[in-house]
Design a protein around this ligand. Structure first.
Ligand SMILES: [Mg+2]
Length: 190
């Protein structure tokens, strides 16, 4: 059987070095009688075709739905944090103090309503960046539903393009500080 680049194949040989019997691999390169795959030690190695069968999808995994694929064409992407960036988290947040400033935000995870002071300068900055055509993401380590709740409490839905949880990690040859050096944080007088 001959294989093509980018298709998935299943290993049918339990004696091959650095491959697992029954596991699927993507074909990185193909010749008439052999294929190159990224093996279990993450090395590109050539193996004979006869060691594999054809699969359409990797075993145990499904092909993601097309609607999960999203392309943002805007080249100016800005990410805003939530806690202590768009709203202050402090020890008064559990008290319903009406100081004319605090917003009630219900934490969708705990059901507890907290009363938070907006960081006005960052909220204004977000609206200003939106107005200048930037793509605005709001993200939080406290979860996507928390980020959404704060965006709604601040009435910023019209200025925010996307709400996500804060990324858990990146796969990149460069550390983030090399390409993500533009951190903004404005101190407000209290
Ligand atoms: Mg924070």
């Amino acid at each position: 059987m001959s294989f093509k680049r980018d298709q998935w194949v299943t290993c049918q040989d339990d004696l091959l070095a650095d491959l697992t019997f029954g596991k699927s691999y993507v074909v990185v390169d193909a010749r008439e009688d052999s294929i190159q795959v990224l093996n279990d030690t993450y090395e590109h190695v050539w193996y004979y075709n006869s060691r594999f069968t054809n699969v359409t999808t990797p075993s145990g995994e499904s092909v993601p739905a097309a609607q999960d694929f999203q392309v943002i064409e805007n080249e100016q992407v800005y990410c805003f944090d939530v806690d202590d960036t768009l709203v202050y988290r402090d020890d008064l947040e559990l008290t319903a103090v009406d100081d004319g400033e605090r917003l009630a935000v219900r934490d969708p995870y705990s059901g507890v309503t907290v009363f938070l002071r907006p960081h006005k300068r960052h909220v204004n900055l977000l609206a200003q960046m939106h107005g200048r055509g930037r793509f605005i993401i709001v993200w939080s380590q406290s979860g996507v539903l928390w980020a959404k709740a704060v965006v709604e409490a601040l009435a910023l839905e019209a200025y925010v393009h996307m709400v996500v949880t804060k990324p858990h990690g990146i796969v990149d040859d460069l550390p983030p500080q090399v390409w993500l050096s533009n951190r903004i944080y404005i101190e407000e007088g209290k």
